[in-house]
Write a protein that binds this ligand. Structure first.
Ligand code: ADP
Ligand code: MG
Length: 397
């Protein structure tokens, strides 16, 4: 690797229940990019929110002892160099040494959950005008909010399960009404925190007392709860989409297999296989063992949903399918799917490295398109105000 190779930041970790899963995705990304034209700069956000960099963060074995790893890595931050370029900066050892500054070509966003996936980190990149992979602020935040995602789908006639949602204050005040509405949905129902992931806090309940317990547990994770009718017998199907709203393609479908009725955190990440395989070690059938018609229906729907959310890069859309009727319901959109769903693209003859190249290219194109638009509107409002003073400022917006 020469010194001139463009610096690609791989950002991962973060304050999120899916921290470990993100570390696995990032290790896979860095390994797939190891022979690429880029020089990889890891940007690891610890569970407590510290920003760290250093080559040691490229080695999965080091994550066994997080405290030791944090001690050895270098605290870092975004800054600008003398040329005005955005750099990843970290102090150099030695009292009077100048900090190390590395200009950033683009960022591969490999967080799962939390501020890394919900648009907050994407907002930092926008603010600094840095190209970054995946969806922008709006799609990222909509994708992390199950209630808003369902509402957007409903508004676009995309089928979703019947449901109700409420905040903790509603629950405290109108608990009886909510319980009555749940009776109307009909037990069993599924209780979910609106904006977590990896099945944390998701529970299927058969009785009112179990429901109350599940709602109270879910409120420990989230301020808003979603209660859905339960689809049974259930087939779960996922499909990934790659590209931009203007031009996107869907992958083959996959059918994840759980050990219980609902896929749990353990089903997704802790069953079988070695840890560095991450998502791909979970049990799944690829391509999904469903009819060609159903698979085609889901692929078309997935591209439509990708456009409706204005997603970008790679997203995975998860469905609940009623086995007897084959009715398809949108369940959720993951704007940063585990392992970037690379194993689905391999069926389209796209290797993980090619997939990453496309994601980076898309990031650069989206960034250039954004900067090609008029970003400010020249007026002489301020010179007028400077002349007339603050009087009469009210109503200027
Ligand atoms: N309406 C539903 N009916 C039946 N099973 C469901 C329903 N919603 C979710 N599940 C089950 O619960 C799992 C986790 O729910 P999901 O909404 O995907 O949350 P997460 O974001 O945590 O993955 C799903 O993979 C599925 O197995
Ligand atoms: Mg899910």
């Amino acid at each position: 690797m020469t010194e001139q190779a463009p610096h690609l930041v791989v950002a991962f970790g973060g304050v999120s229940p899916e921290h470990e899963v993100s570390v696995l995705t990032a290790m896979q990304v860095m390994s797939a990019l190891s022979d690429s034209k880029y020089s990889i700069l890891p940007l690891y956000i610890s569970k407590s929110g510290q920003w760290l960099t250093g080559d040691i963060l490229k080695e999965l074995e080091q994550y066994g002892d997080l405290d030791a790893l944090i001690q050895q890595a270098s605290p870092c931050y975004f800054n600008r160099d003398q040329l005005g370029r955005v750099v990843l900066e970290h102090p150099k050892k030695g009292l009077f040494s100048k900090p190390v500054q590395q200009a950033i070509y683009a960022i591969v966003v490999a967080f799962h959950g939390g501020a890394g996936e919900n648009g907050s980190f994407q907002g930092i990149c926008e603010q600094l005008d840095l190209p970054y992979t995946g969806s922008g602020v709006l799609a990222s935040s909509l994708g992390m909010d199950k209630v808003k995602a369902k509402q957007l789908c409903e508004a676009n006639r995309i089928p979703v399960t019947s449901s109700l949602n409420f905040y903790e204050e509603d629950w405290d005040r109108h608990n009886a009404t909510i319980l009555e509405e749940v009776e109307q949905l009909g037990y069993p129902v599924i209780v979910k925190p609106s904006s977590l992931g990896s099945s944390i806090g998701v529970k299927k309940v058969d009785t009112q007392s179990a429901l109350i317990k599940a709602v109270e547990t879910a409120f420990r994770y989230d301020a808003q709860i979603l209660i859905e009718e339960s689809i049974a017998p259930l087939i779960e199907i996922n499909c990934a989409v790659l590209g931009t709203p203007e031009s996107c393609i869907s992958s083959v479908c996959e059918r994840p297999i759980g050990s219980g009725e609902a896929l749990s955190f353990a089903d997704k990440y802790q069953r079988g296989g070695s840890a560095d395989k991450g998502m791909v070690s979970a049990d799944r059938v690829i391509p999904a063992d469903i009819s060609d018609e159903l698979s085609q229906e889901i692929r078309v729907l997935s591209e439509q949903i990708f456009r409706v959310f204005q997603a970008a890069g790679v997203a995975r859309i998860d469905y609940l399918v009623q086995k007897d009727t084959e009715k398809v319901y949108f369940n959720e959109i993951n704007t940063i799917p585990g392992s970037f769903s690379y194993y689905l693209w391999e069926h389209s003859k796209l290797s993980f490295t090619d997939l990453l190249d496309q994601l980076i290219e898309t990031a650069i194109t989206v960034h250039q398109q954004k900067n090609g638009r008029i970003l400010h509107y020249d007026t002489n409002l301020l010179s007028d105000k400077a002349a007339t003073g603050l009087k009469g400022l009210k109503g200027s917006k």
